[in-house]
Structures are given as structure tokens and as C-alpha cells.
Design a protein around this ligand. Structure first.
Ligand code: FAD
Length: 151
């Protein structure tokens, strides 16, 4: 099986509502489990940064559905490459909500205390994803509450 990763950024769109993030996450976890797609979604009420990994066919199919979703727009791929192994095996879709805890990472990778993933390129996007994987448990604990249920 050809294993790939795909990283994209997008902005909250006209059809995004208060409950949308929870719905997106639920649907992502449901679909991705069946497709053996894993990854992480970082969200801060304005922007999304998503990392998808899995078989080339399933990741592409998933991305093609995602990019047509009217709950976000200005969808731009930062990286699409082959990988040797998964970073998020076991996570059908982990999520991270912005918080003060992540300010040092935002400063390091985006040169701003605010999360703005459009400032990333392929290399820095991959680097921040590795960092997010590393701090995932702590980031969950520090996430601002956007109405997402506790795990
Ligand atoms: P259904 O859930 O039946 O949806 C059918 C159509 O309706 C789709 O076009 C969908 O986009 C649209 N739709 C559904 N609910 C709403 C709503 N409340 N408002 C507006 N339009 C709506 N899906 C994944 O499978 N994996 C992911 O990792 C993933 N990540 C996502 C990340 C982001 C930032 C966003 C915005 C969406 C993500 N989605 C993901 C959802 C994806 O865009 C599709 O909605 C979903 O895959 C469609 O699932 P389905 O085929 O079961 O169709």
C-alpha cells in the first residue's frame, strides 16, 4: 500500500456555525475509521490546519470531499508526499484547539502569537505537525472550550 500524507490549510466559511466543529470532528472520526485514514485537525475559530495520512487513494478521496465542504474555503494544500510510516496511527482524527499553551509554537512556526497556518510552507507545516503530535496530551488539557466534548 502506498502511504501518503496530505496537509492543507483553510478558513472558516459562510456555512460554518457554532456546532460545526463538533459535527466535522464526529464525521471525520466516523469516516476515517472506516477508511484507515488518521491525522490531526488544528482549529482556532478562523483557520484550519489538517494533516491526513493513509493510503494514497483514501487520502485523496477524503481530501476531495473535504475541499468541497462549504463550511470552509480558501483550501490550499501545503504538502502531499509519500511517507514510510504513520505519525497518528490510532487517531482517526485527533484535534487541537488553539490555546495560550500553543502560543510558543505559533511564534516559532508562524512568527505570530496567533495561529495563522497560511504562514506555513511544506517544511514548517510538517515540523509543526510533529510538534503537535508530541504535545498532544497536554494540548488537549489546555484547549479552549469551543463546545467540543471532553474525551
Ligand atoms: P454527509 O455527511 O452525508 O454529507 C453530505 C454533504 O453535505 C457533503 O457535501 C458535506 O460537505 C455536506 N454537509 C454535511 N453536513 C453539513 C453541514 N452541517 N453544513 C454544511 N454542509 C454540510 N470528512 C472526513 O471524512 N474526514 C475528515 O478528516 C474530514 N475533515 C474535515 C475537516 C474540515 C475542516 C471540514 C470542513 C470538513 C471535514 N470533513 C471530513 C467533512 C467532509 O468535508 C464531508 O462533510 C464528509 O466527509 C462527508 O461525509 P459523507 O460522505 O458521509 O456525507
Amino acid at each position: 500500500m502506498e502511504l501518503v500524507r496530505l496537509i492543507y490549510v483553510s478558513s472558516v466559511g459562510a456555512e460554518f456555525e457554532l456546532s460545526s466543529f463538533e459535527e466535522i470532528l464526529y464525521k471525520a472520526q466516523q469516516n476515517n475509521s472506516g477508511n484507515e485514514v488518521t491525522g490531526i485537525l488544528y482549529f482556532n475559530q478562523h483557520y484550519f490546519l489538517q494533516y491526513l495520512e493513509g493510503s494514497a487513494v483514501k487520502v485523496r478521496e477524503t481530501y476531495n470531499r473535504i475541499r468541497q465542504d462549504k463550511r470552509h474555503d480558501d483550501v490550499r494544500i501545503l504538502d502531499e508526499s509519500n511517507i514510510d510510516k504513520r505519525l497518528f496511527g490510532g487517531w482517526s482524527m485527533a484535534y487541537i484547539l488553539d490555546s495560550d499553551f500553543l502560543t510558543p509554537l505559533n511564534l516559532r512556526f508562524m512568527d505570530s502569537p496567533e495561529f495563522n497556518p497560511y504562514r506555513l510552507n511544506a517544511q514548517s507545516a510538517n515540523e509543526i505537525i510533529v510538534e503537535l503530535r508530541r504535545v498532544l496530551p497536554l494540548a488537549y488539557l489546555n484547549s479552549r472550550d469551543y463546545g467540543v466534548p471532553e474525551l
